[in-house]
Design a protein around this ligand. Structure first.
Ligand SMILES: Cc1cc2nc3c(=O)[nH]c(=O)nc-3n(C[C@H](O)[C@H](O)[C@H](O)COP(=O)(O)O)c2cc1C
Length: 346
């Protein structure tokens, strides 16, 4: 698995552990993957700038190998930039029944919904990971230039052919193409996510010969057969998400991990209900009951995130997002060494 992409990224294996936002990455997961010669990642989209530096130090305390930090270039949709008093009171009744059911008090209206991407980017540059990957857009030419100057390799993410071409023209070092099979958000940035629903199989074979840089295939890969198929279609590496999320080393709750190894994975859904942006998770009561598009991202996810701790304490997965990709029914491995042995058994 020593492809050109692996050489560029300084890896023994052309395998990227998919970054997870929202606290589901963990320093232990990232370091465990990096220590085995693949690229460990941490999704820092939810972190304040000062916490990004602490996090990088934590990972560096566990591995001396390259790792990847990941940001969302766009952190709010139209109308989701802030939550004024009137909008807060108008939206609250839609979430109130779920708060009541889980015994959670009405939250205080937030002064700020999300740290500005620009500030997070500055912290990332200071943290200087070997690799900076990003979704939901392309950093400015100045930002990409500063990464190059600091020796940070850049990896963009495409959900369509035009997005991959745009990333290539922007001069990134590698492109993750992610099919609709993937768990988590559909990270489109040129057209709506609903109009950007290509599968990993098509996206990989079409994009690979059309861009100058290595393509990393993501979405639906959980074992060596998936890795081989992606390489056969022209990818120079793979990014695996759900299968790493299911490992004990990840930041997922025990209930989330148990759900990933259950028959519930047979029914996943792509919905805006969980966050306000289109994303894939296990179909549950929340997805069935709550209308989609209640509030724009990140207002929707802000209200729902306040339920997480109570749901976790009560062992419940019916009223919170349970992120999951479509190939999860084939998951087998519960820890990073076992999963890495599987993925590299070509
Ligand atoms: C819970 C969860 C959170 C994710 N968060 C991010 C993220 O913040 N940034 C990102 O680039 N990809 C994110 N992803 C996508 C993964 O990194 C990876 O590309 C994807 O899971 C691959 O598809 P698979 O789940 O079928 O393996 C997330 C995926 C999941 C399951």
């Amino acid at each position: 698995m020593t492809t050109e992409a692996a050489r560029r990224l300084g890896l023994d294996h052309a395998i990227v552990q998919g970054p997870f936002g929202g606290g589901l990455s963990s320093p232990l997961l990232a370091a465990s993957v990096s220590n085995l010669g693949a690229l460990g990642s941490y999704g820092i989209e939810h972190l304040a700038p000062e916490d990004i530096l602490k996090l990088a130090a934590d990972i560096r305390g566990r591995t001396s190998r390259p790792f990847n930090l990941n940001l969302w270039v766009s952190v709010a949709d139209l109308g989701g930039e802030n939550l004024d008093e009137a909008a807060f009171e108008r939206l609250w009744p839609l979430f109130e029944p779920y708060y009541r059911e889980l015994g959670v008090a009405k939250p205080e209206r937030p002064q700020r919904l999300h740290a500005p991407y620009e500030d997070q980017f500055e912290a990332m540059i200071e943290a200087a990971p070997a690799v900076f990957s990003f979704v939901f857009g392309i950093p400015t030419p100045d930002q990409l230039g500063r990464c190059k100057k600091r020796g940070i390799l850049t990896v963009g993410t495409a959900t369509t052919i035009p997005e991959a071409v745009a990333l290539d023209e922007a001069g990134v070092d590698a492109i993750v193409v992610t099919g609709l099979e993937a768990g988590g958000h559909r990270v489109s940035f040129m057209e709506s996510s609903e109009d950007s629903l290509m599968g990993t199989f098509s996206l990989t074979q079409i994009v690979a010969p059309r861009v100058k840089v290595p393509v990393i295939a993501a979405g639906g890969i959980v074992d060596a057969r998936g890795v081989k198929a992606a390489l056969m279609l022209g990818a120079q590496g793979v990014q695996v998400g759900t299968a790493f999320l299911a490992c004990d080393e990840s930041g997922a709750s025990p209930e989330h991990r148990a759900a990933l190894f259950s028959d519930r994975t047979i029914k996943t859904v792509l919905t805006r209900t969980y966050s306000g942006r289109l994303a894939r998770g296990i179909r549950n009561r929340l997805a069935d009951e709550m209308p989609t598009n209640v509030a724009p991202y990140p207002i929707q996810v802000w209200f729902l995130n306040r339920l997480k701790a109570a749901a976790r304490a009560q062992g419940r997965t019916d009223l919170v997002s349970v992120w999951c990709g479509q190939s999860a029914p084939n998951l087998k491995h519960h820890n990073v060494p076992a999963l890495m042995a599987e993925l590299t058994n070509l």
